[in-house]
Design a protein around this ligand. Structure first.
Ligand code: CU
Length: 177
């Protein structure tokens, strides 16, 4: 027989599992080949501890170039441009700088769901078989924030963390013809 106390613990464990499975800030497409375009759809499943989301800051990792965020009705969008770590070959042209951060500002209630989109080129300097993580900070006002910036260590997965950065698995480049 289950005591009231352990039932409460079970319910708490179930709730935190449910959050890990669906309610985090995650990418819709969680694998993509290198040396190709990638459409990132960021899914925001909840606010910060019940508070509405007011800002989403997206950090673009090295090796991801030609980033173009999709404007979003009702949301202001800013980009921060900066030099890349090196020059990347993009359609036979060297690309040395571009968008390194995207900031969307607006309001998303905790009981609602929304998606934020950008398009990018995954360069062939990224290693197939590894994970690419896109750190995100979700700000909710009054100093409240969910920082989705934890990068899983070797042998661990996003499920082992409370605030994992959204990730995608890099696949080998498609054969060109
Ligand atoms: Cu969650």
């Amino acid at each position: 027989m289950i005591t009231i106390r352990s039932r409460g613990a079970l319910v708490a464990a179930f709730l935190s599992l449910a959050c890990a499975a669906q309610a985090h800030t995650t990418l819709e497409t969680q694998q993509a080949p290198v040396a190709s375009a990638y459409k990132a759809v960021l899914r925001v499943g909840h606010g910060c501890g019940g508070a509405p989301t007011l800002k989403l800051r997206v950090r673009i990792p090295e090796g991801v170039i030609n980033v173009k965020p999709m404007p979003k009705p009702g949301w202001e969008m800013e980009t921060v441009k900066a030099p890349y770590g090196k020059a990347y070959d993009y359609h036979s042209e060297p690309l040395t700088e571009g968008v390194r951060e995207i900031v969307w500002t607006g309001k998303l209630l905790d009981e609602h769901y929304d998606e934020f989109v950008f398009r990018a080129h995954l360069t062939d300097s990224l290693k197939p078989g590894t994970m690419l993580y896109i750190p995100i900070v979700q700000e909710c006002g009054d100093g409240k924030a969910d920082r989705w910036i934890e990068i899983p260590a070797e042998g661990k997965s996003a499920d082992d963390y409370k605030y994992p950065a959204p990730g995608l698995k890099l696949l080998p480049a498609k054969a060109t013809h």
